[in-house]
Design a protein around this ligand. Structure first.
Ligand code: ATP
Ligand code: MG
Length: 216
């Protein structure tokens, strides 16, 4: 059984996330994708909706896809949680499963700021996905991989769609080009603040949830 773990703030979840998860699942043959909305930071950061709201919006967004699952591992108990602990717990609970952690180029570059990044990169395989405004070539600066710059350029120029190598930790990392969908939660929150429409950027059920709960 191969499971792709897709963690995020999902503040709110949008079609960029959903289409990315669907393409990763199909192209890399995952049995399912596990969505994990992050917990709320203990000091409430402005703009981050409560974990329970982000959890419920994610549930509304994925319920029609039987290969998408939702985990409350980071929201329950409430508070800040760390990816390294989450992945350890998932592996302990299901030692037979092959887990891969899915994230965008922007998020992979941020790992250095996460809790125990070296441990995390040794714990699981990774899938790094393309995202508008970010380039695979930016990964040349990552301390966790040694990769030929030519390969990164070929990914950026769509000469190749996917490429796998070993991380320095000896785990696998797969780079995967996806259909570019230029949507971000930041843009959605900004549109809401401006009283502008967010229709067709995210599922209608999520839009209704945001409106009825007066989020953002
Ligand atoms: P924010 O603008 O608040 O940071 P976001 O749109 O970046 O929100 P996150 O919840 O931060 O969404 O992202 C969760 C994961 O999904 C990250 O790994 C991120 O790189 C990836 N991701 C987000 N949007 C896209 C997109 N449009 N295409 C591909 N990957 C995406
Ligand atoms: Mg983000």
């Amino acid at each position: 059984m191969k499971i792709g773990i897709f963690g995020g703030t999902f503040n709110p979840i949008h079609y960029g996330h959903l289409r990315a998860a669907e393409e990763v699942r199909g192209k890399l043959n995952f049995d399912k994708i596990l969505f994990i909305p992050s917990g709320s930071p203990p000091l409430k950061k402005e703009e981050i909706a409560d974990a329970i709201h982000r959890y419920k919006m994610t549930r509304l967004a994925i319920f029609t896809n039987r290969l998408f699952e939702l985990s409350d591992i980071e929201c329950n108990p409430p508070g800040k949680s760390f990816t390294v602990n989450t992945v350890s717990k998932l592996k302990k609970a299901d030692p037979e499963v092959e887990f891969s952690f899915i994230l965008g180029i922007d998020a992979f570059l941020d790992i250095i700021n996460w809790r125990q990044p070296e441990k995390l990169t040794a714990l699981t395989d990774f899938v790094v996905i393309s995202r508008p405004d970010f380039k695979f070539i930016d990964l040349k600066a990552s301390p966790y991989i040694k990769i030929n710059i030519r390969i990164l350029k070929e990914l950026d120029n769509a000469k190749i769609e996917t490429y796998s190598i070993k991380l320095n930790s000896n785990r696998n990392i797969t780079f995967l080009r996806l259909t570019p969908i230029d949507i971000s939660s930041t843009e959605i929150r900004w549109l809401i603040k401006q009283d502008k429409s967010i229709k067709y950027l995210l599922p209608a059920e999520v839009e209704s949830y945001i409106i009825s709960n007066k989020l953002y």
